[in-house]
Design a protein around this ligand. Structure first.
Ligand code: CA
Ligand code: CA
Length: 325
C-alpha cells in the first residue's frame, strides 16, 4: 500500500499539467535597494531572465513595478508610484519607448498604480488607495497614448485591488485575500461592483498578487506569496458558482526569486517557436544549442517537451528559422 501511494505521488509530480510554452514576467515588490523584474520560463520551470527597469531615475523611485501587460508585440511596464510607462521588447526587456500618463502627479498622493491588462487597445489598471479603510479602489483605463479615458470606483471599503486581467468580456481582480470579478453597472460610467468568488487551493496565509492570462491556451495565472514562499497558480474559474480552483504551477523560492518580495504584478508572453534561448528570435544560436544538447534531456532545448533533445526539436528550430527576428 505504502509503495503504491509513493508511486502514485511520484507519478503525479512527474506527469503534472504541461502549460503552454512561454514566460511569466513577475514584479518583486519590496526588493531593495532596486526592485527588479523576473522572468519565469514555463518550459524549463526556471527563472531565466532578470531585468532592472531604469526608466524612472529621479523623484520618488518605484518601490515596485506594478503593471506588466503584453499587447501581442510589446511588454508594458508601469511604476507603482509614478506615471511613467515603458514599452519594452517582451523577450529581452530592451526599452522601445517611455511615455507618461497624462494626469496629475497628485493622483499618486492617494492611490497606487498596480497590475492590469491590455484590451482592445486600452490599458486597464488596478489602482488601490493608500488607505483602503478610508478610500475607494479605482479601475483606471487609458488609451494607447496613455491618456486616461475612464475611472471607475468601487464603493466598497477595505477593498484594495492588486491584480487585474481581462478574460474574454470578464475583468477579474485580486485583493490581498480575494479573487473578484468586476461587474460594471450599465447605468453608470463611474462605478463597478466587486463580485467575490470562493477561491480554493491557495493556503491560508498567502497574499494574492498579480494575474496574467494566456489567451491561446485559456490559462489564467495567479501569483501569491507567504512568509517563506512565492507560488504561481493556474485558476479554473466558474462564473456560475462564483468559484475559482487554484492548481500549483511552480514555486519560486529555490529559483532565484528574492525572499520576501511580493509578486504584485505578472504578465504572460508566449514563446517564439524554436527560440531555445528565449531572446525572441529563432536563429543559428538556437540551432547550435539544440545540436550541442542532442541526446540529452535538457529542458531548455527540449522544445516539444517529450523528455529528449532529438531530431524533432531540431526540426522545430529549422521550420521556424527566422521567427521573431
Ligand atoms: Ca533565440
Ligand atoms: Ca524533444
Amino acid at each position: 500500500m505504502k509503495r503504491t501511494l509513493s508511486w502514485m505521488i511520484g507519478l503525479g509530480l512527474i506527469v503534472g499539467t504541461t502549460y503552454a510554452d512561454g514566460y511569466l514576467w513577475l514584479s518583486a515588490g519590496g526588493e531593495t535597494p532596486t526592485p527588479r523584474l523576473y522572468r519565469f520560463n514555463l518550459r524549463t520551470a526556471q527563472i531565466d531572465h532578470t531585468l532592472t527597469p531604469n526608466f524612472v531615475t529621479s523623484g520618488n523611485l518605484p518601490t515596485e513595478y506594478g503593471y506588466l501587460a503584453y499587447d501581442g508585440q510589446s511588454l508594458y511596464i508601469g511604476a507603482n508610484n509614478r506615471k511613467a510607462v515603458a514599452r519594452v521588447n517582451p523577450y529581452t526587456g530592451a526599452v522601445q519607448q517611455i511615455t507618461a500618463y497624462n494626469m496629475c502627479e497628485c493622483f499618486f498622493g492617494h492611490h497606487w498604480m498596480r497590475d492590469g491588462a491590455f484590451k482592445d487597445g486600452e490599458f486597464w489598471r488596478a489602482s488601490p488607495p493608500h488607505n483602503p479603510s478610508q478610500q475607494f479602489s479605482v479601475l483606471m483605463m487609458a488609451d494607447r497614448h496613455h491618456i486616461p479615458e475612464l475611472m471607475r470606483y468601487a464603493y466598497t471599503l477595505n477593498f484594495a485591488t492588486i491584480g487585474a486581467e481581462w478574460v474574454g468580456e470578464h475583468l477579474y481582480l485580486t485583493t490581498p485575500r480575494q479573487f473578484v470579478r468586476a461587474e460594471f453597472d450599465p447605468d453608470s460610467d463611474y462605478t463597478f461592483t466587486p463580485v467575490f468568488y470562493t477561491l480554493t487551493g491557495v493556503p491560508e496565509g498567502h497574499t494574492l498578487g498579480g494575474l496574467a492570462y494566456d489567451a491561446d491556451s485559456g490559462t489564467l495565472y495567479l501569483a501569491s506569496r507567504s512568509a517563506t514562499e512565492v507560488t504561481i497558480w493556474a485558476l479554473q474559474v466558474n462564473d456560475n458558482t462564483q468559484t475559482a480552483q487554484a492548481e500549483p504551477v511552480a514555486t519560486l523560492h529555490d529559483k532565484g526569486y528574492p525572499a520576501g518580495a511580493y509578486p504584485a504584478s505578472m504578465g504572460w508572453v508566449p514563446a517564439i517557436p524554436g527560440d531555445v534561448d528565449g531572446n525572441g528570435c529563432t536563429d543559428d544560436s538556437d540551432l547550435l544549442s539544440v545540436l550541442f544538447a542532442f541526446g540529452s534531456n535538457s529542458a531548455q532545448q527540449d522544445l516539444n517537451r517529450d523528455g529528449t533533445v532529438d531530431d524533432a526539436d531540431l526540426l522545430i528550430v529549422l521550420f521556424n528559422f527566422g521567427s521573431g527576428c
